[in-house]
Design a protein around this ligand. Structure first.
Ligand SMILES: NC(=O)c1ccc[n+]([C@@H]2O[C@H](COP(=O)([O-])OP(=O)(O)OC[C@H]3O[C@@H](n4cnc5c(N)ncnc54)[C@H](O)[C@@H]3O)[C@@H](O)[C@H]2O)c1
Length: 261
């Protein structure tokens, strides 16, 4: 029970990686506030799952592009559970396009949710953690596309490189407050986002979905696609006391797809 009585915010906590993170925290005693964007029924399902795992959980509608919504998320955590200890900024989107055809709308959409959303969430969370005066932990969900080339995802990769640059700089500035800021970089995780991407990629490259999946698998030394739980385990480690001396790091969780740091 590493997180007994800790309050954890998870953006995009209604489904996919965020849901697995919420359930894992609940199993270890945490109270969770999950942010969801549009899918109330997915959020309700996650709340049930988390409560079954033994934790208290509240779902809050949030668009991470809105400062007011990000502030409301933190205020709700404090109102419901007295304080904030940990935040996992996981909300994210992707679209696919050849860079040569990419529209400004697609660029802005990815940058706004993935990069600006992390900035707004972190800024609001850090203000609260500094006010409380007892430190805290922030884990931002980047991507392996934050460290390397990603075909059809130039705009997404740019937004995730931004997450790393922002997180490392923030880590430096808030270290004197005993706040740790780290990132994880997942690879090819079995979620709704991946399902959408397989369809788009097949269409854009003139392949079948099966061919796309086979190509994904051929890039993964550990020989299988990633489960949301693979990500959750490392997120919990970074949010735990065991990782107290780690900050400004970006940890690959990608089955060996990328071995450079
Ligand atoms: N699936 C993968 O292969 C993969 C790989 C690397 C990184 N990631 C990252 O992991 C994170 C979670 O992705 P996932 O695969 O679980 O995808 P998903 O599509 O299943 O979930 C995305 C989540 O983001 C939330 N969201 C979307 N737009 C939002 C907005 N404007 N405001 C607030 N919340 C919003 C949704 O509510 C949802 O909970 C994302 O940041 C994604 O970029 C995913």
């Amino acid at each position: 029970m590493r997180f007994k009585e800790k309050t954890v915010i998870i953006t995009g906590g209604d489904k996919g990686i965020g849901r697995a993170v919420a359930a894992a925290f609940a199993e270890e005693g945490a109270n969770t506030i999950i942010g969801y964007h549009k899918d109330k029924s997915a959020a309700d399902e996650t709340v049930k799952l988390v409560e079954k795992a033994g934790g208290k959980c509240e779902a809050v509608k949030v668009d991470v592009r809105s400062r007011k919504d990000c502030e409301n998320l933190v205020e709700t955590a404090v109102k419901s559970f007295k304080r904030l200890d940990i935040a996992v900024n996981n909300a994210g989107v992707s679209t696919m396009s050849w860079a040569v055809d990419l529209t400004e709308e697609e660029w802005d959409f990815n940058m706004d949710v993935n990069a600006k959303g992390v900035f707004l969430c972190c800024q609001t969370q850090v203000k609260q953690l500094i006010k409380q005066g007892n430190g805290g932990k922030i884990v931002n969900i980047a991507s392996i596309a934050a460290k390397r080339q990603a075909m059809l995802l130039s705009h997404y990769a740019a937004s995730k490189f931004a997450v790393l640059g922002f997180s490392k700089s923030l880590a430096l500035e808030v270290a004197p407050h005993n706040i740790n800021v780290n990132c994880v970089c997942p690879g090819l995780v079995k979620t709704a986002m991946q399902e959408r991407e397989i369809g788009w990629e097949a269409k854009l490259r003139g392949l079948t979905e099966e061919e796309v999946i086979n190509e994904y698998n051929s890039h993964i030394p550990l020989g299988r696609l990633e489960e949301p739980e693979d990500v959750a385990k490392v997120v919990l480690f970074l949010a735990s006391d065991e990782a107290g001396y780690m900050t400004g790091q970006a940890i690959n969780i990608a089955g060996g797809m990328e071995m450079a740091v």
